[in-house]
Design a protein around this ligand. Sequence first.
Ligand code: PMT
Length: 219
Amino acid sequence: NKKKDLAGKTFVVTTGGTREPLDPVRFIGNRSSGKMGYAMAAAARDRGAMVKLISTVELPETAGMEVTRVQTAAEMLASVKNAVKGADALIMAAAVADFRPSAVANEKIKKTSAALDLKLEPTTDILAEIRGKFVRIGFAAETSELIDNAERKLDAKNLDIIVANDVTAPGCGFGSDTNKVTLIFRDGHMEDLPLMSKREVADAILDKTMPLLAPRRSG
Ligand code: PMT
């Protein structure tokens, strides 16, 4: 087993899909189960890191992690902002809504025979918004042009590593216990990882994160 090579480090990890309410009983969500981010958090914990996990979903075994439950992109943004103070790394495995309903109805929206138009407004991009001297890792779930789209996100969000996920491939992405990803680094080089368990993917990402961590951090 791994040694405690992340002892003394603080990792902030987000996981799950955000839920953007439409009315008191409905939301706009996505298919993220939280498994990938949970595997990241568990791997970092088992390697000795102090882990702050911000999750939209209930997770199996979170002993030794500080867990904050959130629902919306706005709540996740607020929690991340707070959690990254003094952190060494931020890993955003969560599938965060890019849009939310412009208005949330106070009462359950009633069924009528007419079409219903929903107006959506953009959410804040958490990774683009959050600044600080910590390693920044994002994920990109794509259905086409995997590498080009992921590279665009790496640049736009000023990341150290983006984990590119072809969610159309079998055993990959949403809900599965396995994943197959390509790591793209800030300097442009790439590494293809084979299909493996999300926990193995997480450990491989942490192996690549290790050398990027600041040797010593004050404050
Ligand atoms: O949860 P599982 O079922 O295990 O599935 C795992 C996963 C497929 C959800 C995960 O591996 C993954 O790929 N997560 C990212 C999903 C995604 O599509 O992200 P994105 O391309 O919308 O965003 C890119 C990055 O920016 C992500 O790190 C995201 O967390 C972040 N982001 C996105 C929107 C936003 N408003 N703020 C953000 O910070």
